[in-house]
Design a protein around this ligand. Structure first.
Ligand code: HEC
Length: 163
C-alpha cells in the first residue's frame, strides 16, 4: 500500500508540490535558528548604543558645569571611543528589518554600506580626537568636538535609523 503511494507520488506530477513543501519546511527550520542569534545581535547593538548615549550625556553634563571633572570627561570619552570601534561589528547581514525582529535599523544600511561605514569611521576618528583633548581642560575645544560628534550621531540616524 505505502509502496504503491510512494510509487504514485514519484511517478506522477505530484512529486512537484511534495518537493516544494519539503523545501519550504527546510527553509522554515533554517530561518528559525538565525532568528535567535539575530535577537542577541540586536539586543547587544541596542545596549551598545544606549551606553553611547549615556557617555554623550555625561560629556554634555560635565561641559555644562562650571568646572568639568577631567577624570569623568576622560573616562566617558574613552568609553565612547571603545564603543565606536565596536560599532562596525554590530550590523551583521540579516540583523535588519528582514529578521522580523524589533529594530530601528533600516535596510538602507546594507544597501548603502559604503556611506554607513564612512560615517562610522568618522565616529571612530572623532571620538579618538576627543580622548586626546579630554585631559587638556580646554573647554571650548572640547565643546566644539562634542558638537562634531553629535552631528555625526545625527547624520547616521537621519539616514539609517527609523525615526
Ligand atoms: C553609523 C551609524 C550610527 C552612528 C554613527 C550612531 N548611531 Fe545610534 N543608532 C544607529 C542605528 C542603526 C540604531 C538602531 C539600532 C537598532 O534598533 O537595532 C541606533 C540607535 C541608537 C540609540 C537607541 C538604542 C536603543 O534601542 O535604545 C541610541 C541612544 C543611539 N543610537 C545613540 C547614538 C549616539 C549617542 C551616537 C553618537 C555618539 C550614535 N548613536 C551614533 C546608527 C548609528
Amino acid at each position: 500500500m505505502m509502496l504503491t503511494i510512494c510509487k504514485n507520488v514519484l511517478t506522477t506530477s505530484r512529486i512537484k508540490p511534495l518537493k516544494i513543501k519539503t523545501v519550504a519546511l527546510t527553509a522554515l527550520l533554517f530561518l528559525q535558528l538565525p532568528a535567535y542569534a539575530q535577537q542577541e545581535v540586536i539586543d547587544a547593538r541596542q545596549e551598545g548604543f544606549k551606553d553611547m548615549g549615556a557617555a554623550m550625556k555625561t560629556l554634555r553634563d560635565e561641559l555644562k558645569s562650571g568646572k568639568p571633572d577631567s577624570t569623568a570627561v576622560t573616562s566617558a570619552a574613552t568609553e565612547l571611543s571603545v564603543l565606536a570601534e565596536k560599532l562596525p561589528t554590530w550590523f551583521p547581514a540579516g540583523s535588519g528589518p528582514e529578521s522580523g525582529l524589533e529594530t530601528d535599523a533600516r535596510a538602507y544600511i546594507w544597501e548603502n554600506k559604503e556611506k554607513f561605514d564612512a560615517i562610522s569611521n568618522e565616529l571612530i576618528v572623532e571620538s579618538k580626537a576627543l580622548v586626546s583633548l579630554a585631559s587638556s581642560g580646554d573647554k571650548s575645544a572640547l565643546q566644539k568636538k562634542l558638537g562634531t560628534l553629535r552631528d555625526n550621531c545625527s547624520s547616521c540616524h537621519d539616514s539609517f535609523r527609523v525615526d
